[in-house]
Design a protein around this ligand. Structure first.
Ligand code: GZL
Length: 308
């Protein structure tokens, strides 16, 4: 059985499975779908009853899901917040209901961080830095101006903000890199393709590099680049983030040059934290997920291991 701590710190004993309400932000990408599957599988493994609500990238729907969890008197609420802002009042409501909160994947910008127990997610700034360092190494031999395009993820989301900052901070040390365009494409394949199509119409021949904040947008952009008549991975160097199977397959075809891994398999970590909260344990405020990078060489070895 499980013991849970009430806001007053007393411990009570649960003689039933723990109930976790999880507000998932959407199903916009392969990464997101792998993340959802990992959480569902891990809940089953752990014997935790999971109430799973998909907000289809709507913060308003996330609020509705969270109010539903409060009504259902779940034991713990986990949230993957679509954007960083706007969370203070809903988290005050959860606090008043006495339900502990775990933030997953992306970050919330709130006044009082005591509103959540811990944040489990990647260091997106570091992911951006890894992408920038690769580009600096790749272009070390030339001093000619290098025009690049950036496809950004969901506006106001932690991965988009931080992957942008990490990348720009790293390459701005060399003024040969010229940002031609930096546009949002919301982490989706379709918007990656459509936004890249219009950028190519405007300045196709000047583009030497594409930095996409996730694989789905990179894969969409590759379609647009090939339609336009250029060779992705050769005429335009392509750098992406996530490390999905589809991206590694494109890398093996030579159409993507570098992929920074962003690990979606947060399920087991999340369930561990849920159990520890119910047991009344104290937790670190931040749990960083382990991740690496992929090059043409490692893609070959890794591609068949990818679960997503
Ligand atoms: C990153 C996650 C991002 C992925 C995208 O942790 O929030 O959202 O990089 C996904 O693929 O859409």
């Amino acid at each position: 059985d499980n013991s849970s701590t009430t806001p007053l710190g007393e411990s009570i004993t649960l003689s039933r499975p723990i109930v976790l309400g999880f507000s998932q932000l959407g199903s916009e990408s392969d990464w997101r779908n792998a993340n959802s599957l990992s959480i569902k599988e891990a809940a089953k493994e752990a014997g935790i009853d999971l109430l799973f609500e998909n907000a289809e990238q709507s913060q308003k729907k996330q609020f509705e899901a969270i109010r539903y969890f409060i009504e259902q008197k779940v034991d713990v609420i986990a949230i993957a917040p679509v954007i960083q802002s706007g969370w203070d009042s809903i988290l005050n409501e959860v606090q008043e209901a006495g339900i502990p909160v775990i933030i997953v994947d992306r970050v919330v910008d709130i006044e009082d961080i005591s509103r959540y127990v811990t944040f489990i997610g990647s260091d997106f700034y570091e992911e951006g830095r890894k992408a920038g360092k690769y580009l600096i190494d790749k272009m070390a031999g030339t001093s000619d101006p290098i025009g690049f395009v950036e496809l950004k993820g969901t506006a106001g989301s932690t991965p988009s903000i931080e992957r942008g900052n990490g990348f720009q901070d790293t390459i701005k040390q060399q003024d040969k890199f010229v940002m031609l365009k930096s546009q949002y494409a919301d982490f989706t394949h379709e918007q990656g393709r459509d936004v890249m199509r219009s950028i190519l119409q405007e300045m196709g021949s000047e583009i030497k590099v594409l930095y996409a904040h996730n694989d789905d947008m990179a894969l969409g952009a590759i379609e647009a680049i090939e339609e336009y008549g250029l060779e992705p991975g050769k005429d335009i160097i392509i750098i992406s983030v996530d490390g999905t199977r589809k991206a590694l397959e494109k890398m093996i075809e030579g159409k993507i040059n570098f992929v920074v891994e962003c690990n979606p398999l947060l399920g087991p970590n999340l369930m561990q934290v849920v159990n520890e909260i119910i047991e009344g344990r104290t937790l670190p405020k931040r749990i960083v997920t382990a991740e690496s990078v992929f090059t043409e060489v490692t893609a070959e070895r890794e591609v068949n291991n990818r679960k997503y």
